[in-house]
Ligand binder design. Structure first.
Ligand code: UT7
Length: 331
């Protein structure tokens, strides 16, 4: 038995912020941001929370699948910007959607959130624990970005991708392999200093801006280049996939240079790599499902296409999923 994605949709807030927006008040330029990251613009949600990014995408996803919302029996939300520390954003989404009876929970794996959550959804479906999982990868990064710090203000964006995971009617298609890792030795290089039980919020932590992202960009960059390329080539090796066999690499969108390094190691040309970082920046758990949803709506993914999803993020977390595209014939 295998499980597959039968429907997918995404939501990006309408307000666009170009590189020139930042260049007006920070010591930065469009040229630096483009050459160092590949980002040209990003979206920020002015009012509302992460669940407000998820709900429009979820409604479209359910509508495309052609089911009653009450057929969803589990909701997973991958995010590092939950509406609240508790209750879970999954519960908030369930309530906002008005689903009468289901269960669910949040998954915290930063930029690998969607990959880890997809692996979890697949296991729930394959074990018979759930039939139709509403899987959401979403972040409102603008709540934890320090907009006075040029080293992070320009990198992130807000957005959500939502899909439904259920049993594949063809066991040779769907999610065929998954390979994931965490290594807490990466924590010093990318984390939020205050706001958790390790350091509760105080006047002092707020004054010191410790509720924002802390990132040692170069250290994360070096680890990401190695981690994402290693896991992607390993999933190719153990599934006997050559670069010719792969229709699309779907990489996490943190930096165009990390994406290119991964594609190079896999022997994959840029024409087979999903890249939209220039439009949306790094939406953390949102990047991979937003890519798939966009490419599918442009008619660029066909039944039976081999997709390799790859991510690297805070933790460190990293992973890869081999997905042979199949929607059970659902349009
Ligand atoms: O998705 C979660 C995982 N995160 C990642 O994968 C991010 C990985 N890291 C990166 O993508 C890159 O390291 C960054 C884009 C964050 C930074 O690029 P970099 O090429 O590694 O730059 P750097 O940190 O080595 O900084 C080089 C210089 C510094 O100036 P000095 O010290 O040489 O004078 C920075 O202060 O560039 C400066 N700089 C900027 N200059 C203009 C940093 N940010 C900016 C900016 N505009 N926005």
């Amino acid at each position: 038995m295998s499980a597959t994605i039968t429907s997918i949709a995404h939501y990006l807030p309408p307000d666009v912020y170009t590189n020139d927006f930042f260049a007006k008040y920070l010591d930065t330029t469009d040229e630096w941001i483009m050459t160092r990251t590949g980002i040209s613009e990003r979206r920020f949600l002015k009012e509302g929370a992460t669940s407000d990014l998820i709900v429009p995408a979820a409604l479209e996803c359910i509508q495309k699948r052609g089911i009653d919302k009450n057929e969803i029996d589990c909701i997973l939300v991958a995010t590092v910007t939950p509406d609240h520390n508790f209750p879970s954003t999954a519960a908030v989404v369930q309530n906002k959607l008005g689903i009468e009876s289901c269960w669910g929970f949040d998954i915290s794996a930063a930029c690998s959130g969607f990959v880890f959550a997809l692996a979890t959804a697949v296991s729930l479906v394959e074990s018979g624990t759930a039939k139709k999982v509403l899987l959401c990868g979403a972040d409102k990064m603008s709540t934890i970005v320090n907009f006075d710090d040029r080293t992070q203000a320009v990198l992130f964006g807000d957005g959500a991708g939502v899909c439904i995971v259920e049993k594949s009617d063809d066991a040779s298609k769907g999610v065929l392999d998954k390979l994931m890792f965490i290594d807490g030795k990466g924590a010093p290089y990318l984390h939020q200093k205050a706001g958790g039980s390790a350091k509760k919020v105080s006047h002092e932590t707020v004054e010191n801006k410790e509720h924002y992202i802390y990132q040692d960009g170069q250290a994360v960059f070096k680890a990401a280049v190695v981690g994402m390329a290693d896991v992607s080539t390993e999933i190719m090796r153990r599934n006997n996939l050559s670069s010719d066999d792969i229709a699309w690499l779907v990489p996490h969108q943190a930096n165009l240079r990390i994406i290119s390094a991964t594609a190079n190691r896999m022997g994959i040309g840029p024409e087979k790599v999903m890249i939209n970082i220039e439009k949306y920046g790094n939406t953390t758990a949102g990047t991979i499902p937003i890519c798939i949803s966009e490419w599918l709506s442009k008619g660029l993914i066909k039944d039976g296409d081999n997709l390799v999803l790859s991510s690297f993020g805070a933790g460190f977390t990293w992973g890869s999923i081999y997905l042979k595209w199949h929607t059970n014939g659902i349009k």
